[in-house]
Design a protein around this ligand. Structure first.
Ligand code: 4AD
Ligand code: MG
Length: 463
C-alpha cells in the first residue's frame, strides 16, 4: 500500500493502486444505495478526493455515517476511474478511520461562504478553506520561482540580518529591539542610556536588506536577499502590513536600464510559472475572486512594460481631468490613486516610472545630472499599484556624503556603507519586490491581510 497525497490520488496514473490517504472531511453525503460519499481534502490541491465508503464497512453505521465536516480521517482503498464529472478518480474505501472529530455545533467552518473579514478572526482555521489553500499554494509557487529565477541566472542568495542598527529607508518608521526594562529605563544625562541595552546602541527590526545586500553585490557581483521586513507605519490599507516579505536583488555593474530589464523579466517569470504550475488554483481565483485575473496576467506577459519618467507621469496626471483626493504637482509623492490610474486606466499595463524628484526618495539613490532627480524606479501594476521600488545606487563618495548631510543623516554612522565607495566603488543597482503585493497581483485578492499566513497590522498580532 502506498501513502498518497490528494494531488497524487487525483491523477489518472494512480488508477488501480491501493493507497492510504489522510486529510479533513469537507462534505459527506449518504446515499440510499448503501454508500457514503466523503470529500476529502489534505491541502495538496484545490480539488477534493471523492471517497466511496460502502455500508458493508464494519464501522459504517457507528462512525462513517456520523463523520462531521472538519473531522480528520484516514482511509485506505483502491483508486478507480471516476464516473463523475470534474474529477478523474475516486477511491473505493476498504477502511475509513476517524482520527480527530470536530464538533458540528461549534466548528466555525461548518458552512461555506464566510466573508474574508470573518475568516481573519479565525486565521488559524482559514487555511482549511478553498481560498486560503489556493493562496498558500500560489504563494509557495511564487517563492520557489523567485529562487529559481535568480539561481538560474547565477545570483547568490544572501541572508540579510533581521536586527539592524541602520535605517535603510531613512523614514524612521522602525520597530525598536530592546531588552531594557520599560518600567525602569536607564538614563544618562536625561536621555535613554542605550549603553546598557543588549547591543549597546539603539537597534531595530530591518525595513529592508538592501544596505547589506550592497555589501555583497560589491564583492560577489549578483546577489539577492529574501526575507521578512518590518515597518512601524500606522497604515491601515489593503496594501500595507507591518511585517511583510521582500525580495531584493542587488547587482554590481548594473545601471537603471539593466535594473528595469531585470525587474520586468522577473515579474513575467513569476506570472508565467503561476499560470503554468498552479493552473487549478488560478482557475479558482478567476471564478471566485476576480473574473479578469487570467486575462489580465496573460496581457501582462504579452506586452512590454511602459517606461516613463516621473515628470512625464505628472503631466499625464495633470491632463487626466480626474478628481484626485491628493492633488498632483511636480515634487509630490504619487499616491495609490495616481499609480493605479496610470497602470489600470491610462496604459492598462505595468508601468515603470523613473527619475523621481530627490526630495521624495532615499539618500542612496544616484543623483542625475540635473541635480533635481534621482535614478529611482517604481514598478506599478494594475490592481495593486506599486509592487517594486528600486534604484541605481549613488556610487560616488563625495556626492553620497553630500546627500546624506542634506538629509540630516550622519555619515559616521554609515562608515561601512561609505567604505564600499572608498574602495573599488562600482556602479550598481537593485530593487525590492513585495511578496504579498505580488501574491495579490497574481491571485486578484483585494486585501493584503488575506495573502499572508499571520497578518501583522496596527493593533493586530494574534498568535
Ligand atoms: O519601495 P520600498 O520601500 O523599497 C525599499 O525598501 C528598497 N530598499 C528596495 C531596494 O531597492 N532593495 O519597498 C519595496 C517594496 C514595495 O514596492 C512594496 O511592494 C513592498 O516592498 N512594501 C510593502 N508591502 C507590504 N506592506 C508594506 N508596508 C510595504 N512597504 C513596502
Ligand atoms: Mg517604494
Amino acid at each position: 500500500m502506498e501513502k498518497m497525497t490528494a494531488a497524487q490520488a487525483r491523477q489518472v496514473e494512480a488508477i488501480g493502486k491501493h493507497v492510504r490517504l489522510e486529510g479533513w472531511l469537507r462534505t459527506r453525503r449518504d446515499s440510499k444505495g448503501g454508500f457514503s460519499f466523503l470529500e476529502l481534502n489534505d491541502g495538496t490541491c484545490l480539488g477534493n478526493v471523492q471517497v466511496v465508503a460502502p455500508a458493508a464497512l464494519p464501522n459504517y453505521e457507528s462512525e462513517i455515517k456520523k463523520l462531521p465536516v472538519g473531522a480528520s480521517v484516514r482511509i485506505t482503498g483502491e483508486v478507480k476511474q471516476s464516473p463523475a464529472k470534474g474529477q478523474p478518480t475516486e477511491i473505493h474505501a476498504d477502511r475509513v478511520e476517524l482520527v480527530g472529530t470536530a464538533d458540528p455545533e461549534k466548528y466555525p467552518l461548518q458552512k461555506k461562504g464566510h466573508s474574508f473579514e470573518f475568516l481573519r478572526t479565525i486565521a488559524h482555521l482559514r487555511p482549511r478553506t478553498n481560498t486560503f489553500g489556493a493562496v498558500m499554494r500560489v504563494r509557495n509557487r511564487i517563492s520557489k520561482s523567485i529562487h529559481d529565477f535568480f539561481q538560474e541566472r547565477g545570483f547568490l542568495y544572501v541572508h540579510a540580518p533581521i536586527i539592524t542598527a541602520s535605517d535603510c529607508e531613512g523614514a524612521g518608521q522602525m520597530f525598536k529591539v530592546t531588552t531594557l526594562d520599560l518600567n525602569k529605563v536607564p538614563r544618562a544625562e536625561g536621555a535613554v542610556d542605550y549603553g546598557q541595552d543588549f547591543f549597546h546602541r539603539p537597534s531595530f527590526l530591518t525595513v529592508s536588506g538592501q544596505l547589506e545586500a550592497e555589501i555583497f553585490a560589491c564583492s560577489l557581483g549578483l546577489v539577492y536577499t529574501f526575507g521578512p521586513t518590518f515597518r512601524a507605519e500606522n497604515s491601515n490599507t489593503p496594501r500595507h502590513l507591518a511585517e511583510f516579505w521582500m525580495v531584493e536583488p542587488e547587482m554590481a555593474f548594473y545601471d537603471l536600464n539593466d535594473n528595469m530589464d531585470l525587474a520586468e523579466a522577473f515579474i513575467k517569470r513569476l506570472i508565467k510559472d503561476a499560470l503554468e504550475h498552479q493552473a487549478e488554483d488560478m482557475q479558482f481565483f478567476q471564478e471566485r475572486v476576480d473574473k479578469e485575473i487570467i486575462a489580465r496576467l496573460e496581457g501582462v506577459l504579452k506586452h512590454d512594460f511602459v517606461r516613463l519618467s516621473y515628470t512625464e507621469a505628472i503631466e499625464i496626471l495633470l491632463k487626466s481631468g480626474q478628481q484626485w483626493q491628493f492633488p498632483v504637482s511636480w515634487g509630490t509623492d504619487l499616491q495609490s490613486e495616481h499609480e493605479r490610474y496610470l497602470s489600470e486606466q491610462h496604459f492598462k499595463k505595468p508601468v515603470i516610472l523613473f527619475d523621481y524628484p530627490k526630495g521624495i526618495k532615499s539618500f542612496y539613490m544616484r543623483l542625475n545630472e540635473d541635480g533635481k532627480t534621482v535614478r529611482a524606479m517604481d514598478v506599478l501594476v494594475p490592481g495593486v499599484g506599486e509592487i517594486i521600488g528600486g534604484s541605481q545606487r549613488e556610487e560616488r563618495l563625495d556626492v553620497l556624503e553630500a546627500r546624506m548631510k542634506e538629509m540630516n543623516l550622519d555619515p559616521e554612522a554609515y562608515w561601512w556603507y561609505l567604505d564600499l565607495r572608498r574602495y573599488g566603488t562600482v556602479p550598481h543597482a537593485g530593487f525590492g519586490l513585495g511578496l504579498e503585493r505580488t501574491v495579490q497581483f497574481i491571485t486578484g485578492m483585494a486585501n493584503i491581510r488575506d495573502v499572508i499566513p499571520c497578518p501583522r497590522t496596527p493593533g493586530s498580532a494574534e498568535f
